[in-house]
Each structure stands twice: as C-alpha cells, then as structure tokens.
Write a protein that binds this ligand. Structure first.
Ligand SMILES: [Zn+2]
Length: 89
C-alpha cells in the first residue's frame, strides 16, 4: 500500500490530517471511553497525534470531551501518555 492511500484522520488537538497510524484512537464504548489500539472499536472515535504536545493540548482544551460528546476522564489521558512511553522505541 502506498503512503498516500492510508486513510487520513484529524487530530483533535492540532487539527492536522494524518495517516491514522500516526495517531492514537480513542473510542467511546458503552462501558466508557478507552484507548483503541486496534483502530477497530465500534463507536464514536477521536484521534490525537502520537506526541506529548498534542495529548497535553487535547487535555488542556478538553478536545476529547467535545469530539466524543461526553466527559473524558484523566485516566484515559494517562493511558495515552503511558502508551506513548511504551510505544516510543
Ligand atoms: Zn496533533
């Protein structure tokens, strides 16, 4: 697959369009909001760049609350920070 054929998604913090493999997906499930590492979770999703700045900005601006139309707890944001740490090689 060529790079430009990857579907683009918008970061909720900086509003950049990026291939989804450069973004984290957060999904709203009946049981709550969670990180969706598979990008396949059913439900409303929101994306953020895989970098500290965008996650912190999304947290500050409460961008996920707006994108997912419900309150997103700091637990979710903490899981993004952790994923970023674990995933950075
Ligand atoms: Zn971003």
């Amino acid at each position: 697959m060529k790079a430009q054929e990857l579907p683009l998604r918008k970061c909720v913090a900086c509003n950049c369009m990026k291939p989804k493999n450069e973004l984290f997906r957060v999904v709203r499930l009946p049981e709550g909001i969670q990180l969706d590492p598979s990008y396949k979770g059913q439900g409303r999703g929101a994306y953020v760049c895989r970098n500290l700045e965008c996650i912190a900005l999304a947290q500050k601006k409460k961008s996920f609350n707006r994108a997912l139309k419900c309150a997103v707890s700091d637990d979710v944001l903490n899981s993004l920070y952790m994923e970023l740490e674990n995933g950075s090689r």
